[in-house]
Design a protein around this ligand. Structure first.
Ligand SMILES: Nc1ncnc2c1ncn2[C@@H]1O[C@H](COP(=O)(O)OP(=O)(O)OP(=O)(O)O)[C@@H](O)[C@H]1O
Ligand SMILES: [Mg+2]
Length: 374
């Protein structure tokens, strides 16, 4: 825990996991957050990922106390915070717009909160926190004399100096250019590991969510579709939405036609593909959606043959080939199925030499396929 082990006045004492229990938020007739339950383990980095309007900010605002849920409870550990005021909660928020005081120095911006709460060594606290975000050398500057990334770090320091139990970050890197954004991702992760606080990070950038978080929750239409470690979520999406929002997926909509050993056979028209039972999100009957990631597939200029039956598809028509140095991406139209992408690393010297319009086949390792719900 390092420098943030001591408690401060003002907040209600509450330590432990952040828990949302059946939280709903309705605005007039519109439900922005719909019966959402989740637990964020204390000290973890949690990312809430979802498209615009899915309810991410509304969820954070209910944790911060800026909005009260229509139903459900918000807790930290065993302390129920539902109904309490924002300043009573051991929670601070960093917004996309940093909202720094322009007339105050960096140090005074950070010391502002502790001073207002009557903390005796407010400036010393501010200095310690500026060290943590590596801005000590700029403490006497005004916010306008800083870069975007530096201003963002001041905003983070201003929240951390209050020693919250939970830090909420609402698209804090949204205003930064790509390179700075990547740097700040690493920086925020370092700070989180150093202070050991619970971070809840809202983003609609899937790569950002996966690189930073211990746990990613994919949100859609006010609900969490799936939640888990980034690698697990990516390897085994359970819904069509997650399969496409977190990375890209090649999908085949079909029906379950039976089993073959430990696999389920999904058919559509002339095509038959297999998915291991343990990797199916649906039961063994009815409609099913097959999926495989583009980088798990290979392209062939001849039929790969019966030994790959259930783990290949074709023929299709090659629509586009794009070479990007490390990899080549192929876009293939498969009749009755749709467009699939193949993403191959350029390992082989004898690359296929096909042109748009040619017939091709696609294969994959059967262990990589998955079955999702619609
Ligand atoms: N005060 C309000 N009154 C009415 N509707 C609201 C209010 N606040 C939010 N909403 C609606 O609730 C939905 C969720 O909004 P929210 O701000 O939580 O989305 P978000 O996931 O943060 O999106 P973004 O990525 O664009 O920031 C939206 O459809 C929004 O219009
Ligand atoms: Mg938002």
């Amino acid at each position: 825990m390092g420098i943030f082990s001591k408690s401060t006045g003002g907040f209600r004492e509450a330590k432990g996991d952040l828990i949302l229990e059946n939280v709903t938020k309705s605005f007039a007739t519109f439900t922005a957050v719909d019966d959402l339950s989740l637990t964020v383990p204390r000290g973890s980095f949690f990312a809430l990922l979802g498209p615009s309007g899915c309810g991410k900010t509304t969820t954070l605002r209910m944790v911060a106390g800026l909005e009260q849920p229509t139903a459900g409870r918000v807790k930290i550990g065993s302390t129920d915070l539902t109904g309490s005021r924002p300043y009573e909660r051991p929670v601070n928020t960093v917004f996309q717009s940093y909202a720094l005081f322009p007339h105050l120095t960096v140090r005074d911006n950070v010391a502002f909160g502790p001073k207002r709460r009557g903390v005796a060594d407010a400036v010393a606290e501010a200095n310690k926190t500026l060290e943590l975000v590596q801005l000590s050398h700029l403490a006497d500057r005004k916010p306008t004399q800083l870069s975007g990334g530096q201003q963002q770090r001041v905003a983070v320091a201003r929240a951390l100096v209050n020693h919250p139990e939970v830090l909420l970050l609402d698209e804090p890197l949204g205003a930064l250019d790509l390179k700075l954004r990547r740097e700040m991702q690493v920086e925020l992760k370092r700070i989180q590991m150093e202070v050991g606080l619970t971070f809840v990070h809202v983003t609609h950038d899937q790569e950002e969510a996966m690189t930073m978080a211990d746990t990613v929750a994919v949100m859609n239409l006010g609900k969490i579709e799936q939640m888990g470690a980034p690698e697990v979520l990516y390897d085994l999406p359970r819904t069509k939405f997650v399969a496409n929002f977190l990375g890209q997926s090649n999908l085949l909509h079909g029906t379950v036609q039976g089993t073959d050993g430990d696999s389920v056979v999904i058919g559509s028209g002339d095509h038959k593909v297999k998915v291991r039972q343990a990797r199916m999100a649906t039961g063994e009957g009815g409609e099913a959606i097959f999926g495989v990631r583009p980088e798990k597939t290979r392209i062939h200029d001849t039929d790969p043959g019966p030994q790959l039956s259930g783990a290949s598809i074709g023929p299709g028509t090659l629509l586009d080939v794009s070479f990007s140095g490390v990899a080549t991406q192929y876009l293939v139209e498969i009749p009755g199925v749709g467009r699939w992408a193949v993403y191959e690393q350029n390992l082989d010297l004898d690359r296929i030499d096909n042109k748009p319009g040619d017939q091709v086949w696609i294969s994959w390792n059967p262990g990589h396929a998955f079955g999702v719900r619609s």
